[in-house]
Design a protein around this ligand. Sequence first.
Ligand SMILES: NC(=O)C1=CN([C@@H]2O[C@H](COP(=O)(O)OP(=O)(O)OC[C@H]3O[C@@H](n4cnc5c(N)ncnc54)[C@H](O)[C@@H]3O)[C@@H](O)[C@H]2O)C=CC1
Ligand SMILES: O=C(O)CCC(=O)C(=O)O
Length: 448
Amino acid sequence: MSEAENYLASVRESLVKRDPQQPEFLEAVDNFFHTITPVLDKHPEYIKANLIERLIEPERAFQFRVPWVDDRGQVQVNRGFRVQFNGAIGPYKGGLRFHPSVNLSIVKFLGFEQVFKNSLTGLPIGGGKGGSDFNPKGRSDGEVMRFCQSFMTELQRHIGPDIDVPAGDIGVGGREIGYLYGQYRRLRGYQAGVLTGKGLSYGGSLARTEATGFGLLYYTQALLASQDEQLSGKKIKVSGTGNVAIYAIQKAAKLGATVLTASDSNGFVYDPNGIDYKVVQQIKEVERGRIKDYADRVETAEYHEGSVWDFDVDYDIALPCATQNEIDGGRAARIAQNGAAVVNCGSNMPCTPEAVEIFHSQKVLLGPAKAANAGGVAVSALEMSQNDERLSWTFDEVDERLQVIMHDIFAESEKAAKEYGFGNDYLAGANIAGFKKIADAMLAQGVI
Ligand SMILES: NC(=O)C1=CN([C@@H]2O[C@H](COP(=O)(O)OP(=O)(O)OC[C@H]3O[C@@H](n4cnc5c(N)ncnc54)[C@H](O)[C@@H]3O)[C@@H](O)[C@H]2O)C=CC1
Ligand SMILES: O=C(O)CCC(=O)C(=O)O
């Protein structure tokens, strides 16, 4: 084994000993370690500075009690988390997830991914993530508000426009950000830049709502262009019906592709004529209902229980936009058999390590989440700039910047993959391009 391989093996061994019960975090670290050896071979100074062991240890991570009163007058207690992973290139930045599955392992995996993603945007933002095991599904607006107020009562001590800037993720949309921002302002006074994804009437940016989904399609355009292909005429399978999925469906249709599917955690709809994002938006964002209802409203659609990835149909591109590890090895093999040549990740870490292996061996091109879904956080950083300037840019201005950022992310990842001998392994390229900037910033700042 080379010096770099030995070093990574020993860092991994001590991580497994320290955090044996954090499988998602270990998976995210492994995804990174598998691609980084050639960089360490070329830069022994990174090993000398023990940079990797420092990189996988969050600068700060905390857990807190979130007590609140439900509509029946009963006191409920949830857990809140925030992980401030790496601030070498800017204030910690990353979403909050409210979902019953949230624990320290999930928040650390998301925070670790966020560090590289934010670096890839080219904007000055460090990486962080947070959330709670609170489930907003089925809760009244009053309950969600009381929960958010209690959550922010603790979180406000640790965040600020130049310190740590949370935003949305699963279960945290415009409604939740509004309640969180209101409580922050009540306790600390006006500071628009403390959260992003805000409503347009109180400091939000045009195009932030659409940014992750639109950005995913701009990245897909760039990847297809590198293969002398284009989106027009392509058939696409999308999973999810949340913020990322809805605007991915809208942009895909606008660019001439047909989106065949959309899903939630119960099942999925299939429509050979193309999913109508407006109907999905009405059901999920306005009525907060189930995607099953789509088939009652659109004649050509059919509803199926279970995962969209277990359904066979011919298509060209897969856009997972639901959650982590939604595609395992068996599903990856099926995606390849169905003829998909490209899988671009809207959700964070949607593919298990086996799935990634299968895509590589079957020559299916994989656009990793830290690159393909970076549009959301990129526009969040643009929201911070607008808040600093006390100005609002037009939708087109933000959207044009987003397009440039997504095309640059693809170009940088492609270049890094080629430079380090990874061909068209865009996961390796994104890891390397994201890592180099952080590594150099950490080296320059000494042992901290
Ligand atoms: N909102 C954003 O700006 C960004 C979100 N992401 C990622 O995109 C993914 C989706 O997030 P959002 O659309 O914001 O959330 P959301 O809360 O708006 O929607 C989540 C979607 O995923 C589905 N889902 C959740 N858990 C599931 C499970 N266990 N099995 C099957 N489906 C499940 C839900 O039914 C829903 O359709 C997440 O992985 C998130 O981390 C990544 C970058 C930015
Ligand atoms: O906009 C943000 O700050 C967060 C987006 C996010 O959570 C993500 O990129 O996974």
